[in-house]
Write a protein that binds this ligand. Structure first.
Ligand code: C5P
Length: 231
């Protein structure tokens, strides 16, 4: 059942869920991502026959059957896991809500409360899609890259800037908080030239639409690879 689909033989990496950036042994910085969108995409890619690696931050969902599951915690761990497999993949769908900042110092001792304010100093985490682009951008067989953009304003403007800045083939823009948590979301599928607005609906259906677009992008990539390798 899982071997005969249109994505058979394609290696697809999907990231999902939040990351956790440790403060001390009992505290961390994170966000409310449930992993539902990424898990729906991973399951759909698997059901279409792809060989799927799901790289997931900590979520409450069980790892889906019949795919390779890699559990990670921090943005740095997720970055290492993605860079380990994505450069040799055919496509990556970066659904994870990666933390942009982490505490400068991790305290091995539990931080004690004290009177008055306390300041937490933060450092930037690596941008995983930018790091991946640096490794693959000169290859004609660079993996198809899909990102997400959760935005509270100017959905199309911010998403297009990310599409270009991270050198993506497709970006899915979600208005927040409407699309965070829950089984439904609203989305715009944006590429270099088009904006396709999807009504509020099931994440499973959106996953199907995203994989349909990824399939089309994989066929374009095939043409690019074969076009250049002919004498
Ligand atoms: O810039 P922003 O975080 O909004 O971009 C969202 C897209 O970039 C998502 O696809 C997300 O998974 C990815 N991302 C990343 N590394 C980060 C932050 C976000 O790959 N450090």
């Amino acid at each position: 059942l899982w071997q005969g689909g249109p994505l058979r033989g394609r290696r697809i990496v999907v990231s999902a869920g939040p990351t956790r950036e440790g403060i001390d042994p009992v505290r961390f910085l994170s966000n409310g991502s449930t992993g539902r969108m990424g898990y729906a995409i991973a399951r759909r890619a698997r059901d279409l026959g792809a060989d799927v690696t799901l790289i997931s931050g900590p979520v409450a969902l069980p790892p889906p059957a019949a795919l390779t599951f890699v559990g990670v915690e921090s943005a740095e761990e997720m970055c290492a896991a993605v860079l380990d497999v994505a450069p040799s993949a055919d496509a990556i769908v970066m659904t994870a809500a990666v933390a942009d900042y982490k505490p400068v110092r991790y305290s091995a001792e539990k931080v004690k409360k004290q009177p008055g304010d306390m300041t937490l100093v933060l450092d930037r985490t690596p941008d995983i899609l930018v790091a991946l682009d640096a490794v693959v951008r000169d290859r004609c067989d660079a993996p198809v890259r899909v990102g997400f953009a959760a935005e509270t304003s100017d959905l199309v403007g911010h998403a297009r800037a990310k599409l270009e800045g991270k050198n993506l083939d497709l970006i899915i823009a979600n208005p927040v908080p409407a699309s965070f948590g829950g089984d439904d979301s609203e989305a715009l599928l944006i590429d270099r030239t088009t904006v396709d607005a999807r009504p509020f609906g099931a994440k499973a259906d959106l996953a199907g639409e995203i994989m349909r677009r990824v399939h089309g992008l994989l066929l374009e990539r095939d043409a690019r690879i074969h076009g250049r390798s002919r004498p």
